[in-house]
Design a protein around this ligand. Structure first.
Ligand SMILES: [Zn+2]
Length: 436
């Protein structure tokens, strides 16, 4: 497999004008496929979709016959401030607590340039693999201070012409947390971040901590994304405290629970009650299979559980479930390539979905996270959306998730930013098909 990361830093003056993608197999938001043309304007947005679109003057046309055209992938849970630090701060225990301690130690010395360099590399890899929107949690605490969120806010601006980056002010708790300090800093963090986040199970006073987060979100009119109960101990769960706050602060439709691993350890009837309440309050879920598989259940001598939440049940009950990378090559997860198809595949396997749910796994990396992130009209293959597109030689979303593509091209804001071919023996690889 070889991937060419093309120069994406083309300003508006360098744009080539309009582009028509002719006769491709277009994936709609519901996963169905329809053959149509797509007209992309010079501003990087989709201007028209339909059969036999006329070619505007000075426009290029790419023949897309036999090409599957998907919306850009959405990785709605990463940690770009932590990415790539594994080699500098290992996690010998392989546990979640070990990872937290390892990163806290590193964060005290991580300056903006270091954070920017590592995040830039990961964002570039993600983009080249088809991800055009990322939500990153960024620690704001006594160790990281504002270093990470300020550095990533600059990247959010610099990369806005090719990738949508949302930042979660991750107000990380720690033993002996000074709640006054949290309260003093959370508004400033939210002035930079797009979303408020935290991890209640680690707090000494989870109910108070959750309330502080929701109150700040309501003041700033920004959504909430919690690392909720990333553990497997049913004796300590914080669903109701969080769901009560959703109601109290009117955050229905603007709240996401990430991980919720403990749901798998709870009796089914208790879990169903929580699911029903999540549906009633329009709370979404994000599963993070890589982190759960790696960090959870290290203390089990036999048959260690998978550590994921009840992915299949949540989805079948009607909860909006997305899946995401979480950590990439850091003390929390030592692996990771930024390939969302790999994450979708793992979700299907580790989440115990069925073979006829491959298309659901595809939606977990596209339309579902796009909705949960509030990307609205910017995402998807529709008029007015960014032309953030993944072009592959697959026949449908099921085969795309199941085995990946032999050939992939990625358009970001209408510009070709990556092309990949697995056919090294092919004398004329993917580049041929994208010539005007
Ligand atoms: Zn996370």
């Amino acid at each position: 497999m070889r991937t060419a990361e093309l120069e994406p830093r083309l300003g508006p003056a360098d744009r080539q004008g309009a582009l028509v993608l002719g006769g491709g197999q277009i994936v709609r938001d519901d996963g169905s496929v329809v053959r149509n043309d797509i007209l992309i304007e010079g501003n990087g947005r989709i201007a028209a979709i339909g059969p036999d679109l006329p070619l505007p003057p000075d426009a290029n046309r790419w023949d897309m016959a036999g090409t599957l055209i998907s919306a850009g992938f959405v990785d709605m849970h990463q940690h770009l401030d932590k990415t790539g630090v594994l080699r500098f701060t290992p996690n010998p225990s392989g546990t979640l607590q070990g990872a937290r301690e390892a990163f806290a130690k590193y964060a005290r010395t991580a300056g903006p340039e270091d954070i920017t360099r590592r995040a830039t590399r990961t964002m570039g890899r993600c983009l080249s693999r088809g991800t055009t929107a990322i939500r990153s949690h960024v620690n704001v605490d006594k160790d990281a201070r504002f270093n990470g969120i300020e550095a990533l806010a600059r990247l959010r601006d610099e990369w806005a012409d090719r990738l949508t980056l949302q930042l979660v002010a991750f107000m990380t708790p720690h033993p002996g947390q000074d709640f006054d300090c949290l309260t003093e800093n959370i508004d400033a963090a939210l002035a930079i971040g797009d979303v408020v986040g935290g991890t209640p199970a680690v707090s000494e006073d989870p109910a108070r901590y959750i309330d502080i987060l929701f109150a700040a979100a309501a003041r700033a009119d920004k959504p909430v994304d919690l690392h909720l109960d990333e553990h497997l101990d049913p004796a300590r769960v914080h669903f109701d405290a969080a769901l009560d706050c959703v109601e109290r602060y009117g955050m229905q439709g603007r709240t996401v629970f990430s991980h919720i691993s403990v749901l798998s350890a709870m009796p089914r009837a208790d879990a169903r009650r929580i699911m029903d309440r999540m549906i009633e309050l329009d709370v979404g879920a994000v599963t993070l299979p890589a982190a759960n598989l790696y960090l959870q259940a290290r203390d089990h001598e036999t048959l260690p559980p998978r550590g994921l939440t009840r992915v299949a049940e949540l989805m079948r009950e009607g909860v909006a479930v997305a899946t995401a990378s979480d950590n990439i090559q850091d003390p929390f997860v030592p692996t990771g390539s930024g390939d969302m198809l790999e994450i979708a595949r793992w979700t299907l396997l580790a989440g115990h979905l069925m073979a006829d749910e491959l298309a659901d796994a595809y939606r977990m990396i596209t339309s579902v996270p796009a909705r949960l992130m509030g990307l609205g009209g910017d995402h998807g293959i529709k008029v007015g959306a960014w032309a953030d597109l993944v072009l592959t030689d697959c026949i449908d979303t099921e085969t795309l998730v199941a085995g990946g593509a032999d050939r992939m091209r990625v358009l970001s804001r209408g510009r070709l930013v990556s092309e990949t071919s697995a056919r090294l023996a092919d004398p004329e690889p993917a580049r041929v098909a994208c010539a005007p």
